[in-house]
Design a protein around this ligand. Structure first.
Ligand code: SAM
Length: 329
């Protein structure tokens, strides 16, 4: 198993396959001034497979496809099939906004995808449009239904809590874990990219403690789920009579860097060592100059060794080079 220099076991690789998205969430993607990775610079499905084979050789076991919006890649089924078929891949999940799932959920399942994290910031249609800007609640709900029908379970719902946009809607989402069996996770805003979206993340930040107080005031106490893995970024809870799970992901107010098990691959072929730092190690050049699995494994082992101890948001530092749509969460 790959241990970094702080003794953390790094066994989870998140693969960002594209930096385009069909939404423009206010805290993630600005409406203007965007530039995307040109198609020839994106890692191909075969190159992504080589990275995954190398990663398994180094000891990685869990993989996630993300973006941008991963379902926008025309070859997402081929990528999924290739990654899923690598011996040693124990878990293959995807993070998506769900909009294209009515068409893709079943083929993704057949290609080997196991489960999905879907992004729903609010169940209020007008506020959803204000926050996510493109797309509609109707489309997202159709995506969730398609994922359930295809058996891409368990589905986790991600909600990024943003003051004045959806901070009062957290109760309605959490109610789905009381009356229904949803697994809803409330995520604290992180400042990335240094521009307009980083400004939103800082000015509209809502700490987990406030989100939790609001939910408990209306729906009753949340009890911690016993036996959670320390590397799970969410602290999971249940209502006494609830069927679902309410998780809190609090990278800012309660950092969990000490238990981080993640490495990220950007769509343009660089290992991004820590979500909230700029450090990266290029792998595309090796892939495109004839370096095979063995060379990629060496580069990945070096990336693991160089992984920073944690983020430095408390010193006002974050990644300035990348935004979340380029990293995938
Ligand atoms: N398009 C997919 C989606 O919407 O889930 C995958 C990529 S998206 C970047 C992954 C997750 O990151 C989403 O849940 C999104 O809300 C979250 N996200 C984006 N920017 C964020 C930020 N600044 N802080 C916290 N979460 C953020």
């Amino acid at each position: 198993m790959p241990l970094d220099r702080f003794g953390r076991e790094i066994n989870y690789l998140r693969l960002s396959v594209i930096d385009h998205c069909n939404l423009r969430c206010v805290y993630c993607m600005p409406l203007r001034g965007l530039s995307f990775v040109p198609a020839p610079e994106l890692l191909t499905a075969a190159e992504i497979e080589t990275v995954v084979r190398a990663a398994v050789g180094v000891g990685f076991r869990k993989f996630r496809l993300t973006g941008g919006e991963p379902t926008l890649r025309a070859d997402i089924l081929e990528i999924t099939r290739r990654v899923a078929s690598v011996p040693g891949v124990e878990d293959l999940a995807m993070t998506s906004n769900g909009i294209l799932l009515p068409r893709l959920a079943r083929p993704l399942k057949e290609a080997g995808l196991k489960r999905l994290n879907l992004h729903v910031d609010t169940l209020h249609p007008e506020r959803l449009q204000k926050l996510m800007r493109f797309g509609s609640l109707e489309e997202i709900e159709a995506g969730i239904a398609a994922a359930e029908d295809a058996g891409l379970l368990p589905i986790k719902i991600n909600c990024v809590v943003t003051r004045d946009y959806n901070d009062t809607d957290v109760v309605d989402l959490a109610r789905r874990a009381l009356d229904g069996d949803w697994h809803v996770r409330f995520i604290e805003l992180m400042p990335l990219g240094g521009g307009e979206t980083a400004h939103v993340a800082l000015s509209q930040f809502v700490p987990t403690a406030e989100t939790r107080r609001r939910i408990e005031a209306d729906l009753g106490p949340l009890l911690p789920v016993p036996g959670q893995s320390p590397s799970d970024e969410a602290r999971n809870h249940r209502f006494a009579n609830g069927r679902g799970v309410v998780g809190f992901i609090s990278p800012v107010s309660e950092p969990y860097c000490g238990a981080c098990n993640r490495m990220r691959l950007t769509a343009d072929g660089r290992f991004h060592l820590c979500l909230l730092n700029d450090d990266e190690v290029d792998v595309k050049q090796a892939l495109r100059s004839g370096g095979g699995e063995a060379q990629v494994a060496q580069i990945l082992a070096r990336a693991v060794a160089l992984k920073p101890t944690g983020h430095r948001l408390d010193e006002g530092l974050s990644t300035h080079v990348r935004s979340m749509f380029q990293l995938g969460g």
